[in-house]
Design a protein around this ligand. Structure first.
Ligand SMILES: C[S@@+](CC[C@H](N)C(=O)[O-])C[C@H]1O[C@@H](n2cnc3c(N)ncnc32)[C@H](O)[C@@H]1O
Length: 326
């Protein structure tokens, strides 16, 4: 898939944190495959289980990573089900995990997904277009107050009540068909773009996308699973893009009996990367090492052999997780 272009954020820093070696790594947000590729290139004995909830992303990364053969296994699942996904492959613990949260550039750029207020499309916003409630269904289901609360909590939008009322009025008046209608309803509530300011629709679109995809619930489930899936000495490296996510990651690494924090302050992208990829400017990378042993594993918690016979299914296999909400 030649047109799936996503610039991988903080690749060098993620590889430094994970220090790939013989073992199984899990990339819970494979997207276009940039971090997985870097892990596989860093050590010929590293293997990766690559998860994504988006079939198009999986298809693109499968094509990009075909040359690594059975060193990479793809699983279609929300990462809140990471434990179940690994168990399904017969894997109990992994040597490292990376997560690059949020959406990819192709997801944002695809007008049909309705994630961007700059492109006309259906008010959908799902990362996995095959299941779950769309943004317009969510707007219809929530009361004015519930919608305002969602905009406030997930978008940190201070003008949430006014915006929610305007959106619900547009829906009642049959004037809420597309993303551009949604943006118009927001502008009616809070006024047009300020010169040099961010678009007035930014926070509302972020909030609806987070709610539709249950992004914070997903992250909480992933973080809760980390202590049981990362082997002693293994590392979790998580890139977040807004303070709601970063706060959760920071809190998850708080337990010093479980984690040795490797990033006292989150790492941010360097100037060069920031200039080349504006999206990287809001990235924050936190990583932590699982305590309970050094990189030498305790007896009974064996690393997979360096090559050949880890019991991963063949690379073409895609396990569809039929599970419901995380
Ligand atoms: C920022 S992109 C990852 C890009 C990737 N690291 C690369 O270098 O190409 C985020 C990806 O995570 C996926 N994603 C986001 N939330 C997810 C979740 N809860 N479960 C599974 N995949 C998720 C999205 O579908 C998207 O493909």
């Amino acid at each position: 898939m030649a047109d799936f272009v996503h610039a991988t954020v903080m690749k060098t820093e993620v590889i430094e944190a994970l220090a790939p070696r013989a073992g199984v790594f899990v990339d819970v947000t494979v997207g276009g495959g940039g971090h997985t590729e870097a892990i596989l290139e860093a050590d010929p004995n590293a293997r990766v289980v690559a998860l994504d909830r988006d079939s198009i992303a999986l298809e693109a990364s499968r094509a990009r990573l075909a040359r690594f053969g059975n060193r990479v296994t793809f699983v279609k699942t929300p990462f809140g089900h990471v434990l179940k996904a690994l168990q399904g492959l017969g894997i109990t613990t992994v040597t490292g995990l990376c997560a690059d949260l949020g959406v990819s550039s192709p997801q944002l750029d695809d007008a049909d997904r309705g994630m961007s207020f700059r492109r006309e499309g259906p008010i959908d916003m799902r990362m996995d277009a095959s299941e779950g409630e769309t943004a317009i269904e969510l707007i219809a289901r929530l009361s004015d107050d519930q919608l305002a609360d969602a905009l406030y909590h997930y978008g940190e939008e201070r003008r949430s009540r006014r915006i929610a009322r305007s959106i619900k009025r547009a829906l009642a008046d049959n004037q809420l068909e597309t993303t551009l209608d949604l943006r118009r309803a927001i502008v009616r509530a809070v006024g047009p773009v300020r010169v040099g300011g961010v678009d007035p629709a930014t926070r509302t679109f972020q909030a609806l996308r987070i709610a539709v995809n249950r992004e914070l619930e997903e992250l909480e489930s992933l973080l809760a699973a980390l202590p049981s899936i990362i082997e002693p000495g293994g590392v979790a490296a998580i890139i977040s893009f807004h303070s709601l996510e970063d706060r959760l990651v920071k809190r998850a690494f708080h337990d010093r009996a479980v984690w040795q924090v490797l990033t006292k302050k989150p790492l941010v992208a360097g100037d060069e990367e920031g200039a080349a990829n504006p999206r990287s400017r809001s990235a924050k990378l936190r990583s932590a090492r699982r305590r309970g042993g050094s990189t030498i594993l305790p007896p009974g918690n064996s690393l997979p052999p360096p090559s050949g016979d880890v019991s991963l299914p063949p690379p073409s296999m895609e396990i569809d997780d039929e599970g419901g909400d995380p």
